[in-house]
Structures are given as C-alpha cells and as structure tokens.
Ligand binder design. Structure first.
Ligand SMILES: Nc1nc2c(ncn2[C@@H]2O[C@H](COP(=O)(O)OP(=O)(O)OP(=O)(O)O)[C@@H](O)[C@H]2O)c(=O)[nH]1
Ligand SMILES: [Mg+2]
Length: 263
C-alpha cells in the first residue's frame, strides 16, 4: 500500500483532499511534488534542471483512482514507486485497491517554502488540511533536530489537530542518509515503546505517538530525485538504474522500511 492509498483510506469518503507539504528549506518538498506529478524538471534535452527554493507557495492538483475514467492516465498521474519493484501501487490513475475501481480522488497539494523567513507564514495555509506531508533531508542529520522542533510547533496548531502526518525521509539515494527509524527518533516521534518497524504486509494504524499528540503518523524513506532510487542493498530495497533524475517518474518510497506507532 502506498502513501497516497493510505491517505485516501484515511479519508475514504472524501473525493477532494488538501495536503500540505511542509519541511525545512532544502528538504526536497518541491522535488517530492514533481515526483508525485511525474514531472521532474528537465530542459529541452531531457537533462535535469535545478529546482529553485520556493518563495511563497505553489499548488498542484493530482487525481488518483477512478479506474481511468476522468482520472489522469498512469503516465500523467502521481505515482509512488516502492521497494517491491512495483511501478506505482494502485495509486496511479488506472489503479484501484482491488475491489473495483474507487471513484477518483482529487488531491490539492500545497507546497510551501521552508526557509526560516517564510515559516511564520505557514499558518496561513493550515485551514482545511486533510493531511500533512512533512519532508526531511535524511542525508542532513545535523538538521533533523531543527526539523523536529519545527514539526512539533506545527503539530501544536489547533487547526491541524488530528490531521494525519506522513513524514518523508527524503534523499535516501545519498550515501549516509539515515533510515526511517533514525528520522523518527530525531524528530521526537518515538515515545517510550511506541515505535515499531513496519513489517511487510502488516499495516499499523496510527495512534498515540507524536510528541504527546494523538494522530496517525508514519515515516517513509523516499527518494524524490536522484538516479539510484535509494540504498537498494540495505534492507530489501532494489537498486534502480535510471540515467539521471529526469529519467525517473514517481516517488520512490521504501514502504517496507517505514516506521510508525505500534498499537
Ligand atoms: N540526491 C537527492 N537530492 C534531492 C532529492 N530531493 C531533492 N533533492 C535536491 O535537494 C535540493 C532542494 O530540493 P527542493 O525540492 O527545492 O527543496 P524544498 O524543500 O522545496 O526547498 P524550499 O523550497 O527552499 O523550502 C535540490 O537541489 C534538489 O535537487 C533526493 O531525493 N535526492
Ligand atoms: Mg520548494
């Protein structure tokens, strides 16, 4: 089950969702957005182009599910690519969850700049949020405590009470990137005895676990861009060979190595 499927299940009756992409500057939020859209930034020759820091915000709309009718095609739709070698996981436009195709869900993703000078304005985007995607640079362990403080601040917001949290431990393709458990610990997500490895085939439901808060949360290792698609040899992932980031479509998510609360 992929990231978007989980979020969709949490709001199963809702056909429009609003996701907020937050995180420190340089974490990879805009890259995640491009990966979800399947539109990595490339120049006319297909070579990757740099992503500028986001000043302000950007909104993009994804359509998932719907069995193809009225939904974007798999090629155009957001997709997550997991470490099981599946291209997408039913989250793409032509996918479903097994028992018939669910109606399409429209997801509005708000990508807000993470620079310190912009963070005070995050609160302008909190209303009517259905899911929080918090991206961290897992290869920059020194900034994880700062990311944790920022996340804790965000989670104190009344308007975000109970909103499911998905932490993306991004840049797993970079040597030295820390895993989901280390990210969860550094962010302060693991209360006493509440952390659990996500074993394949076992879906943990969220519970208490976030800094004394009560909400669903999960940490997923991922790679938004980069040729390798993660440290494939470590923990069951499979090395992927793509020529360059522009050649990748979809977000590589190591769902088998996710970490969430045990209940
Ligand atoms: N190696 C690698 N680099 C990444 C990955 N994701 C993003 N980057 C790079 O990280 C840098 C920052 O990415 P952005 O997507 O602009 O980060 P951001 O969180 O949107 O930053 P702000 O807009 O300033 O808040 C860029 O140079 C990206 O190319 C990844 O998965 N792997
Ligand atoms: Mg950005």
């Amino acid at each position: 089950m992929g990231l978007l499927t989980i979020l969709r299940k949490l709001k199963s009756r809702q056909r429009h969702m609003r996701l907020l992409l937050l995180g420190l500057d340089n974490a990879g939020k805009t890259s995640v957005m491009h990966a979800l859209l399947g539109t990595p930034p490339v120049d006319a020759d297909g070579a990757p182009t740099p992503i500028a820091p986001t000043v302000g915000f950007d909104i993009h709309t994804l359509t998932v599910g719907g069995g193809g009718a009225g939904a974007a095609s798999a090629a155009d739709a957001p997709a997550t690519r997991d470490d099981g070698g599946v291209g997408g996981d039913g989250d793409g436009g032509g996918g479903g969850d097994g028992d018939g195709a669910p109606p399409p869900t429209t997801i509005h993703v708000w990508d807000v700049g993470g620079q310190a000078s912009i963070r005070p304005f995050w609160r302008n985007y909190f209303d009517a949020t259905d899911g929080l995607l918090f991206v961290v640079d897992a290869a920059d362990a020194a900034r994880l405590p700062a990311a944790g403080r920022v996340l804790a601040q965000v989670c104190k917001e009344e308007r975000l009470a109970g909103v499911p949290l998905c932490v993306l431990a991004n840049k797993q393709d970079v040597a030295g990137a820390v895993d989901a458990r280390a990210v969860a610990a550094a962010l302060g997500l693991l209360g006493s005895g509440e952390g659990a490895d996500g074993e394949e085939g076992e879906e943990e439901e969220g519970g208490v676990g976030l800094i004394g808060d009560k909400r669903h949360w999960m940490v997923f290792p991922c790679t938004a861009m980069g040729g390798g698609g993660g440290r494939g040899g470590e923990g069951g992932g499979r090395p992927r060979r793509h020529g360059h980031p522009g050649a990748r479509r979809g977000l590589w998510v190591a769902r088998r190595r996710r970490v969430g609360p045990a209940v």
